[in-house]
Write a protein that binds this ligand. Sequence first.
Ligand code: GH3
Ligand code: MG
Ligand code: MG
Length: 381
Amino acid sequence: MIDIQTFMLALGIGNISFALLMVAYIRDTAPSPGLRIWTWARLVAGATQLLAFARPQLGVPALVLLEPMGWIAGLALEVAAYCTFFEFRNWRRIVYPLAGLALLLGCTAQLMGAGYGELMGLIACVFALCALSTACLLLHPKLKNPSLLQRMIGVNDAVFGLAIAGWALGDLDLGASISQMAAYVSGYMLMIVNGFGFLLMCKQRNDATMKRLASTDDLTGLLNRREFFARADAARMLALRQRQPIALLMLDIDHFKQLNDRFGHATGDEALLLFARTTGGILREHDILGRMGGEEFAVALPGTDLAGAMQAAERLRQATMEIRLLTCGNHYTMTVSTGLVVIEPNEDLPAALARADRGLYAAKRNGRNRIEIGGAVRQAA
Ligand code: GH3
Ligand code: MG
Ligand code: MG
């Protein structure tokens, strides 16, 4: 069995290495919420562990008081990092007083002449409480879609909490025992799993944000042009395999420039948002709606033939006329022109969109606020 000093040295080196890597990472990157605090937590925890390793040899009395302060501060920072990451409001009201109380308890125990083992037992109890609370937080069934990663960290926290509580309550003399071994192993795992785990949670969230930004339109939240193409093409190929029809609509709001010129760009933006919401609300769940740019939108309707697509386009046309845009106390109404095609089996998506676009131009030419079917494939070519 390794002694506690060696164990503290190993943990200290691990945490300081984590912290230094994160300092270098944060220097050149905009860090995720909580990552800066997490780095401080690692740094403080690592420094305290190195202090715990060196203190008996140094023999400086003041360091006896510094050690519990370091443990509690590191722990409080770790909890703060989690709270910031999960966007819990008011965490300061809970974490600060509890950290203060734990600090007071630690210092009082020191001043009353508690031995090292008793002090470590007290600190271990605080650690166990925090680890079990964090585990409850990460494994809470009400947490929105906890990822497998979150659950793994939660389980690890729970195991550490139980192991360290068993050690603190059952064996305060730091002798070789199973509970001490369990505390050592779970403590080491905590450093590794929580260290990498927190970073991976940040990465997971950043990846999801990047994916959302790369695939959706900022203003309306609809699919952007690129993502619309990708999904519509996948739907086209599926429809082809299943011998199902798939229709395509190109929609363009009429005289949108006038609306912008008369009421300003902000009102124009609001009109686009309302149009997107209205259209999204009317379509079926598996229909694919995207903003192609400006005031142009496209819809892919899997499993829909010409008659069905005509009905859907008409519903969209009617609903657009019912949108009421409140501008300077007046209700402004909009209309939309639509080009419609059913994708031919031997036709690719850009060609089908070009045909739908021809239908759209025909609708504009023929007076707007109407639906026109794009020409046949050969005609379009
Ligand atoms: P038409 O009936 O022929 O479609 O005429 P239109 O005025 O709708 O079409 P035009 O292409 O002349 O004008 C489109 C306008 O849409 C011009 C551009 O400033 C505006 N626009 C494009 N993107 C945005 C946006 O994100 N927000 C706002 N507010 N306006 C936009
Ligand atoms: Mg327009
Ligand atoms: Mg346009």
